[in-house]
Design a protein around this ligand. Sequence first.
Ligand code: FAD
Length: 305
Amino acid sequence: MIIGSGCAGLTAALYTARANLAPLVLSGLMPGGLLTTTSTVENYPGFPEGVDGYELMARMQKQAERFGARVQFATVEAVDLAHQPFALTVDGERVETKALIIASGAGHRRLGLESERRLEKQGVTYCATCDGALPMFRNQPLVVVGGGDSACEEALYLTRFGSVVHLIHRRDLLRASRIMAGRVLSNPKIRPVWDSVVTEVLDVNQGKVTGVRLRNVKTGAETVVDCAGVFVAIGHTPNTDLFKGVLAMDEQGYLLPLRGAQTSVTGVFVAGDCADHVYRQAITAAGMGCAAAIEVERYLASLNA
Ligand SMILES: Cc1cc2nc3c(=O)[nH]c(=O)nc-3n(C[C@H](O)[C@H](O)[C@H](O)COP(=O)(O)OP(=O)(O)OC[C@H]3O[C@@H](n4cnc5c(N)ncnc54)[C@H](O)[C@@H]3O)c2cc1C
């Protein structure tokens, strides 16, 4: 069984199906995963003109189904990994599996503003690597929200495309590592805006990002910063609550693969963003799905040896 139907889960399904292992993919509430929420994916190899995120995932599913994978719209509510076969509670029903691949992904944290929600894909984004090179952001002023390593990395990356990058942070000191903070603060294209929070993304009426309204948390003063893009980099939350106390994870909840894709429980493997707080890309998630599938194949063969 495979939990999750994003790039990691569906690639694992393709490989395990081609190995005649009859995988069942439990899709969760977001069939196709995070990539279905974006329009054009320009950095997935094999699509020189780019590909619509939804279409890419529909194709991945079709490819896995061609070799016998089944994809079920179902959510895993609980797991019992103490004994073989493993038991999962799926939409209230108990199901058993000899091997499990967890590919449940990670969600990005949002600012929680209505204007942010309304302007998502119209200039509000959560991934500079994914979207920074889009024409709408080229030679334009950009905003990054956050103060940790990710926010600093996003800001540095965006200096290649934007005319200027405003880094909005609610404190007066970056949380990022010293080396990263040093790089950011010495970059002439990055302008830190300290002690400030975004209260509104402008302009919902125009249907595109034209700026952000800020409030200084110390003085209460309001200002507007003009920009064509808002990159929110305030962290991610892996979808791993089900495995707390069951599988080894780091303090943020990312599952820790021990050897390759193997987790701390033999027979349980992991792939994609739920175990990766560094790369978080479709191609890396797919690669991890492939690795987990090959390891499952070897594990099941060893059970029957
Ligand atoms: C707006 C946006 C644009 C992006 N653009 C790009 C891009 O251009 N290029 C790129 O390489 N990457 C891009 N990414 C990143 C990319 O989408 C992710 O790296 C990739 O989707 C990770 O794949 P995954 O399979 O690990 O997880 P996800 O795609 O997050 O899939 C997780 C799956 O797990 C399921 N699930 C979760 N919990 C349960 C449960 N309890 N039971 C059953 N199922 C469950 C979900 O329903 C979902 O199907 C973008 C991300 C976003 C948000």
